[in-house]
Write a protein that binds this ligand. Structure first.
Ligand code: SAM
Ligand code: SF4
Ligand code: SF4
Length: 334
Protein backbone atom coordinates (compact mmCIF):
# COMPACT_ATOMS: atom_id res chain seq x y z
CA UNK A 1 0.00 0.00 0.00
CA UNK A 2 1.36 3.43 -0.94
CA UNK A 3 0.69 6.42 1.29
CA UNK A 4 0.43 9.84 -0.31
CA UNK A 5 0.65 13.18 1.48
CA UNK A 6 -1.28 16.33 0.58
CA UNK A 7 1.26 17.09 -2.16
CA UNK A 8 1.01 13.55 -3.60
CA UNK A 9 4.40 12.50 -2.28
CA UNK A 10 4.74 8.82 -1.35
CA UNK A 11 6.47 7.59 1.81
CA UNK A 12 9.55 5.65 0.66
CA UNK A 13 12.49 6.44 2.86
CA UNK A 14 12.77 6.17 6.65
CA UNK A 15 15.65 7.62 8.65
CA UNK A 16 15.97 6.29 12.15
CA UNK A 17 18.01 8.07 14.78
CA UNK A 18 19.20 5.38 17.18
CA UNK A 19 20.72 7.77 19.72
CA UNK A 20 20.92 11.49 20.38
CA UNK A 21 24.47 11.07 21.71
CA UNK A 22 27.70 11.57 19.81
CA UNK A 23 31.45 11.43 20.41
CA UNK A 24 31.96 14.53 18.17
CA UNK A 25 30.80 18.10 18.72
CA UNK A 26 30.61 19.34 15.14
CA UNK A 27 30.16 23.09 15.25
CA UNK A 28 27.28 23.00 12.75
CA UNK A 29 25.40 20.22 14.55
CA UNK A 30 26.18 19.86 18.28
CA UNK A 31 28.11 22.99 19.27
CA UNK A 32 29.84 22.60 22.61
CA UNK A 33 28.26 25.75 24.02
CA UNK A 34 24.90 23.98 23.87
CA UNK A 35 25.89 20.30 24.05
CA UNK A 36 28.31 20.74 26.96
CA UNK A 37 28.92 18.57 30.05
CA UNK A 38 25.58 19.64 31.58
CA UNK A 39 23.50 18.85 28.53
CA UNK A 40 20.67 16.46 29.34
CA UNK A 41 20.64 13.66 26.79
CA UNK A 42 17.68 11.33 26.62
CA UNK A 43 17.45 8.91 29.50
CA UNK A 44 17.80 5.25 28.47
CA UNK A 45 14.15 4.52 29.19
CA UNK A 46 13.09 7.23 26.78
CA UNK A 47 15.00 5.77 23.85
CA UNK A 48 13.28 3.17 21.67
CA UNK A 49 14.58 -0.36 22.19
CA UNK A 50 15.84 -2.34 19.18
CA UNK A 51 12.68 -4.46 19.31
CA UNK A 52 10.54 -1.30 19.19
CA UNK A 53 12.53 0.13 16.28
CA UNK A 54 12.30 -3.15 14.36
CA UNK A 55 8.55 -3.36 14.95
CA UNK A 56 7.99 0.18 13.69
CA UNK A 57 10.32 -0.45 10.74
CA UNK A 58 8.17 -3.41 9.66
CA UNK A 59 5.03 -1.31 9.88
CA UNK A 60 6.68 1.39 7.74
CA UNK A 61 7.79 -1.11 5.11
CA UNK A 62 4.14 -2.17 4.84
CA UNK A 63 3.57 1.30 3.32
CA UNK A 64 6.21 0.83 0.66
CA UNK A 65 9.27 2.09 2.51
CA UNK A 66 12.21 0.59 0.63
CA UNK A 67 15.13 2.19 2.35
CA UNK A 68 16.09 2.61 5.99
CA UNK A 69 19.01 4.77 6.95
CA UNK A 70 20.28 4.45 10.52
CA UNK A 71 21.69 7.64 11.89
CA UNK A 72 21.89 9.76 15.03
CA UNK A 73 23.76 11.31 16.89
CA UNK A 74 26.45 8.79 16.17
CA UNK A 75 24.82 5.37 15.62
CA UNK A 76 28.00 3.46 16.51
CA UNK A 77 28.04 4.82 20.07
CA UNK A 78 24.77 2.98 20.75
CA UNK A 79 25.54 -0.19 22.69
CA UNK A 80 25.11 -3.44 20.72
CA UNK A 81 24.13 -1.53 17.56
CA UNK A 82 24.88 -4.56 15.30
CA UNK A 83 22.03 -6.42 17.04
CA UNK A 84 19.61 -3.89 15.58
CA UNK A 85 21.03 -4.53 12.11
CA UNK A 86 20.44 -8.24 12.54
CA UNK A 87 16.78 -7.59 13.31
CA UNK A 88 16.28 -5.14 10.44
CA UNK A 89 18.10 -7.27 7.90
CA UNK A 90 15.37 -9.89 8.28
CA UNK A 91 12.95 -7.50 6.56
CA UNK A 92 12.89 -8.51 2.87
CA UNK A 93 13.89 -6.19 0.01
CA UNK A 94 15.18 -3.45 2.25
CA UNK A 95 18.07 -1.16 1.39
CA UNK A 96 19.69 -0.95 4.82
CA UNK A 97 22.31 1.71 5.26
CA UNK A 98 23.78 4.08 7.84
CA UNK A 99 25.46 7.45 8.21
CA UNK A 100 28.41 7.63 10.60
CA UNK A 101 31.25 9.93 11.49
CA UNK A 102 33.52 6.94 10.83
CA UNK A 103 35.41 7.14 14.12
CA UNK A 104 34.40 3.65 15.25
CA UNK A 105 34.38 1.94 11.86
CA UNK A 106 37.85 0.40 12.22
CA UNK A 107 36.49 -1.54 15.19
CA UNK A 108 33.02 -2.36 13.84
CA UNK A 109 33.08 -2.56 10.02
CA UNK A 110 33.34 -6.37 9.75
CA UNK A 111 30.70 -6.93 12.38
CA UNK A 112 28.35 -4.46 10.69
CA UNK A 113 28.68 -6.30 7.40
CA UNK A 114 28.08 -9.67 9.04
CA UNK A 115 25.01 -8.24 10.79
CA UNK A 116 23.37 -7.26 7.50
CA UNK A 117 24.40 -3.68 6.77
CA UNK A 118 24.64 -3.17 3.00
CA UNK A 119 26.60 0.05 2.64
CA UNK A 120 27.71 3.10 4.51
CA UNK A 121 27.98 6.88 4.26
CA UNK A 122 30.85 8.44 6.19
CA UNK A 123 31.01 12.14 7.03
CA UNK A 124 34.28 14.04 6.63
CA UNK A 125 34.59 17.79 6.21
CA UNK A 126 38.25 18.26 5.35
CA UNK A 127 41.54 16.45 4.76
CA UNK A 128 43.35 19.17 6.66
CA UNK A 129 43.66 18.19 10.31
CA UNK A 130 43.57 21.73 11.59
CA UNK A 131 40.33 22.45 9.76
CA UNK A 132 38.75 19.07 10.50
CA UNK A 133 39.56 19.27 14.19
CA UNK A 134 38.16 22.79 14.38
CA UNK A 135 34.93 21.40 12.91
CA UNK A 136 34.55 18.19 14.95
CA UNK A 137 35.76 20.12 18.01
CA UNK A 138 37.01 17.00 19.83
CA UNK A 139 40.48 16.90 18.27
CA UNK A 140 39.65 13.86 16.15
CA UNK A 141 42.20 13.30 13.32
CA UNK A 142 41.42 12.87 9.61
CA UNK A 143 43.59 9.72 9.35
CA UNK A 144 41.33 7.79 11.71
CA UNK A 145 38.23 8.57 9.63
CA UNK A 146 40.03 7.46 6.46
CA UNK A 147 41.05 4.30 8.29
CA UNK A 148 37.36 3.76 9.05
CA UNK A 149 36.43 4.21 5.39
CA UNK A 150 39.11 1.74 4.33
CA UNK A 151 37.85 -0.76 6.90
CA UNK A 152 34.33 -0.35 5.49
CA UNK A 153 35.65 -0.97 1.97
CA UNK A 154 37.60 -4.04 3.07
CA UNK A 155 34.44 -5.36 4.74
CA UNK A 156 32.47 -4.89 1.49
CA UNK A 157 30.17 -2.09 2.72
CA UNK A 158 30.09 -0.57 -0.75
CA UNK A 159 29.52 1.76 -2.49
CA UNK A 160 31.00 4.09 0.09
CA UNK A 161 29.71 7.61 0.06
CA UNK A 162 31.34 10.54 1.82
CA UNK A 163 29.38 13.54 3.14
CA UNK A 164 31.09 16.91 3.39
CA UNK A 165 29.23 19.87 4.85
CA UNK A 166 30.65 23.08 3.41
CA UNK A 167 30.68 26.19 5.56
CA UNK A 168 31.90 29.48 4.13
CA UNK A 169 35.13 30.74 5.62
CA UNK A 170 35.68 27.44 7.41
CA UNK A 171 36.33 24.60 4.93
CA UNK A 172 35.67 25.87 1.41
CA UNK A 173 39.40 25.58 0.65
CA UNK A 174 39.00 21.84 1.31
CA UNK A 175 36.57 21.33 -1.60
CA UNK A 176 39.21 20.65 -4.26
CA UNK A 177 41.59 18.52 -2.18
CA UNK A 178 38.61 16.41 -1.06
CA UNK A 179 37.37 16.03 -4.67
CA UNK A 180 40.84 14.99 -5.90
CA UNK A 181 41.39 12.54 -3.06
CA UNK A 182 38.05 10.74 -3.27
CA UNK A 183 38.06 10.63 -7.06
CA UNK A 184 41.34 8.77 -6.77
CA UNK A 185 39.92 6.48 -4.10
CA UNK A 186 36.73 5.76 -6.05
CA UNK A 187 34.35 6.88 -3.28
CA UNK A 188 31.36 9.09 -4.10
CA UNK A 189 31.87 12.47 -2.44
CA UNK A 190 28.72 14.46 -1.73
CA UNK A 191 28.84 18.13 -0.82
CA UNK A 192 26.08 19.31 1.49
CA UNK A 193 25.05 22.92 1.74
CA UNK A 194 25.21 24.06 5.34
CA UNK A 195 21.64 24.08 6.66
CA UNK A 196 19.67 25.95 9.30
CA UNK A 197 18.64 22.79 11.11
CA UNK A 198 17.89 22.98 14.82
CA UNK A 199 18.28 26.29 16.59
CA UNK A 200 21.73 26.10 18.11
CA UNK A 201 24.20 26.37 15.23
CA UNK A 202 23.78 30.11 14.63
CA UNK A 203 23.16 29.62 10.91
CA UNK A 204 23.37 32.56 8.51
CA UNK A 205 22.71 32.52 4.78
CA UNK A 206 26.16 34.05 4.22
CA UNK A 207 27.73 30.85 5.63
CA UNK A 208 26.29 28.75 2.79
CA UNK A 209 28.51 27.86 -0.15
CA UNK A 210 26.03 27.01 -2.89
CA UNK A 211 26.06 23.74 -4.81
CA UNK A 212 26.45 25.78 -8.00
CA UNK A 213 29.60 27.39 -6.65
CA UNK A 214 30.99 24.00 -5.58
CA UNK A 215 30.40 22.46 -9.03
CA UNK A 216 32.09 25.48 -10.62
CA UNK A 217 35.17 25.22 -8.39
CA UNK A 218 35.63 21.50 -9.12
CA UNK A 219 34.65 21.73 -12.79
CA UNK A 220 37.32 24.36 -13.44
CA UNK A 221 40.01 21.79 -12.65
CA UNK A 222 38.27 18.50 -13.43
CA UNK A 223 35.49 19.04 -16.02
CA UNK A 224 32.06 17.76 -14.97
CA UNK A 225 28.78 16.98 -16.71
CA UNK A 226 25.36 16.41 -15.15
CA UNK A 227 24.24 12.81 -14.68
CA UNK A 228 20.67 11.51 -14.41
CA UNK A 229 19.28 10.75 -10.96
CA UNK A 230 19.41 7.09 -9.92
CA UNK A 231 15.79 7.25 -8.80
CA UNK A 232 12.95 9.71 -8.33
CA UNK A 233 13.41 11.80 -5.19
CA UNK A 234 17.18 11.38 -5.01
CA UNK A 235 18.49 14.12 -2.77
CA UNK A 236 21.94 14.52 -4.28
CA UNK A 237 22.27 16.01 -7.74
CA UNK A 238 24.81 13.85 -9.58
CA UNK A 239 27.74 15.16 -11.61
CA UNK A 240 30.11 12.93 -13.56
CA UNK A 241 33.76 13.62 -14.35
CA UNK A 242 33.93 13.99 -18.13
CA UNK A 243 37.02 11.79 -18.34
CA UNK A 244 35.18 8.86 -16.75
CA UNK A 245 36.86 9.27 -13.36
CA UNK A 246 33.73 8.71 -11.30
CA UNK A 247 31.15 11.12 -9.92
CA UNK A 248 30.29 13.59 -7.16
CA UNK A 249 26.97 14.67 -5.67
CA UNK A 250 25.76 18.03 -4.45
CA UNK A 251 22.94 18.38 -1.96
CA UNK A 252 21.52 21.82 -2.52
CA UNK A 253 18.97 21.81 0.26
CA UNK A 254 19.21 25.56 0.72
CA UNK A 255 19.65 27.04 -2.75
CA UNK A 256 17.63 24.54 -4.84
CA UNK A 257 14.95 23.07 -2.61
CA UNK A 258 13.84 19.54 -3.52
CA UNK A 259 10.72 19.36 -1.33
CA UNK A 260 8.56 18.51 -4.33
CA UNK A 261 9.96 14.97 -4.38
CA UNK A 262 10.65 14.56 -0.67
CA UNK A 263 9.56 11.07 0.35
CA UNK A 264 11.41 10.86 3.67
CA UNK A 265 10.12 10.38 7.19
CA UNK A 266 12.30 10.53 10.28
CA UNK A 267 11.96 8.62 13.51
CA UNK A 268 13.76 10.19 16.45
CA UNK A 269 15.58 8.17 19.10
CA UNK A 270 12.67 8.70 21.49
CA UNK A 271 10.13 7.45 18.95
CA UNK A 272 8.74 10.66 17.51
CA UNK A 273 7.84 10.75 13.85
CA UNK A 274 8.95 13.88 11.96
CA UNK A 275 7.71 14.54 8.45
CA UNK A 276 10.38 17.17 7.73
CA UNK A 277 13.98 17.79 8.74
CA UNK A 278 12.94 21.27 9.81
CA UNK A 279 9.84 20.27 11.72
CA UNK A 280 9.03 22.14 14.89
CA UNK A 281 7.12 19.18 16.36
CA UNK A 282 7.15 15.38 16.11
CA UNK A 283 4.36 12.84 16.56
CA UNK A 284 4.84 10.45 19.45
CA UNK A 285 4.72 6.79 18.37
CA UNK A 286 6.50 5.45 21.48
CA UNK A 287 3.42 6.06 23.59
CA UNK A 288 1.39 3.80 21.30
CA UNK A 289 4.12 1.18 21.04
CA UNK A 290 4.42 0.98 24.82
CA UNK A 291 0.71 1.43 25.44
CA UNK A 292 -0.36 -1.86 23.91
CA UNK A 293 -1.52 -0.57 20.50
CA UNK A 294 -1.73 -3.16 17.73
CA UNK A 295 0.30 -2.91 14.51
CA UNK A 296 -2.89 -1.91 12.69
CA UNK A 297 -3.57 0.92 15.10
CA UNK A 298 -0.01 2.22 14.74
CA UNK A 299 -0.26 1.92 10.96
CA UNK A 300 -3.47 3.94 11.01
CA UNK A 301 -1.77 6.66 13.02
CA UNK A 302 1.13 6.82 10.56
CA UNK A 303 -1.35 6.93 7.70
CA UNK A 304 -3.14 9.84 9.38
CA UNK A 305 0.09 11.77 9.95
CA UNK A 306 1.45 11.25 6.42
CA UNK A 307 -1.96 11.96 4.88
CA UNK A 308 -1.91 15.45 6.43
CA UNK A 309 1.72 16.18 5.55
CA UNK A 310 2.25 19.47 3.73
CA UNK A 311 5.90 20.22 4.65
CA UNK A 312 8.08 22.11 2.20
CA UNK A 313 10.31 24.10 4.50
CA UNK A 314 13.21 24.63 2.10
CA UNK A 315 10.88 26.05 -0.52
CA UNK A 316 9.45 28.59 1.88
CA UNK A 317 12.59 29.36 3.92
CA UNK A 318 12.65 33.06 4.82
CA UNK A 319 13.75 35.47 7.53
CA UNK A 320 10.60 34.43 9.40
CA UNK A 321 11.22 30.67 9.34
CA UNK A 322 14.91 30.70 10.26
CA UNK A 323 14.43 31.56 13.98
CA UNK A 324 11.72 28.89 14.51
CA UNK A 325 12.55 26.40 17.32
CA UNK A 326 13.18 23.42 14.99
CA UNK A 327 14.22 19.96 16.15
CA UNK A 328 17.99 19.40 16.45
CA UNK A 329 19.73 17.39 13.72
CA UNK A 330 21.29 15.11 16.35
CA UNK A 331 17.77 14.10 17.44
CA UNK A 332 16.44 13.08 14.07
CA UNK A 333 19.55 12.44 11.99
CA UNK A 334 20.54 13.85 8.61
N1 SAM B 1 26.97 11.26 13.32
C1 SAM B 1 26.75 10.78 12.01
C2 SAM B 1 27.52 11.59 11.01
O1 SAM B 1 27.99 12.68 11.34
O2 SAM B 1 27.63 11.12 9.88
C3 SAM B 1 25.27 10.72 11.63
C4 SAM B 1 24.39 11.85 12.04
S1 SAM B 1 24.70 13.42 11.27
C5 SAM B 1 23.47 14.45 12.01
C6 SAM B 1 24.15 13.13 9.60
C7 SAM B 1 24.68 14.08 8.55
O3 SAM B 1 24.15 15.36 8.77
C8 SAM B 1 26.18 14.22 8.54
O4 SAM B 1 26.69 13.95 7.26
C9 SAM B 1 26.39 15.66 8.92
O5 SAM B 1 27.54 16.20 8.33
C10 SAM B 1 25.12 16.32 8.43
N2 SAM B 1 24.81 17.59 9.09
C11 SAM B 1 24.75 17.84 10.42
N3 SAM B 1 24.45 19.13 10.65
C12 SAM B 1 24.30 19.73 9.44
C13 SAM B 1 23.99 21.06 9.00
N4 SAM B 1 23.76 22.04 9.86
N5 SAM B 1 23.90 21.29 7.67
C14 SAM B 1 24.13 20.29 6.78
N6 SAM B 1 24.42 19.03 7.13
C15 SAM B 1 24.52 18.74 8.43
FE1 SF4 C 1 27.92 14.00 15.77
FE2 SF4 C 1 27.31 13.60 13.25
FE3 SF4 C 1 26.37 15.77 14.51
FE4 SF4 C 1 28.95 15.61 13.97
S1 SF4 C 1 27.28 15.69 12.47
S2 SF4 C 1 28.06 16.20 15.95
S3 SF4 C 1 29.36 13.46 14.15
S4 SF4 C 1 25.86 13.69 14.95
FE1 SF4 D 1 11.83 17.30 2.77
FE2 SF4 D 1 11.42 19.16 4.62
FE3 SF4 D 1 13.81 18.94 3.41
FE4 SF4 D 1 11.68 19.88 2.06
S1 SF4 D 1 12.65 20.85 3.79
S2 SF4 D 1 13.17 18.37 1.33
S3 SF4 D 1 10.03 18.64 2.97
S4 SF4 D 1 12.85 17.40 4.74
Amino acid sequence: MTLLDTLNRPLRDLRVSVTDRCNFRCVYCMPKEVFGPDYQFLHRDMVLTFEEIARLARIFTGFGVKKIRLTGGEPLVRKDFPDLLKMLSEIPDLDLTMTTNGSLLPRFADQLKRSGLKRVTVSLDSLDNQIFKSMNDVDFPVEKVIEGMDAAKAAGLEPIKVNMVVKRGVNEQSILPMARFFREKGFILRFIEYMDVGHSNGWRMNDVVSAKEIVKIIGAEMPLEPADPNYNGEVAERWRYKDGGGEIGVIASVTQAFCRDCNRARLSAEGKLYTCLFAVRGHDLREMVRGGASDEEIAQRIEGIWGKRADRYSEIRSENTIPLPKVEMSHIGG
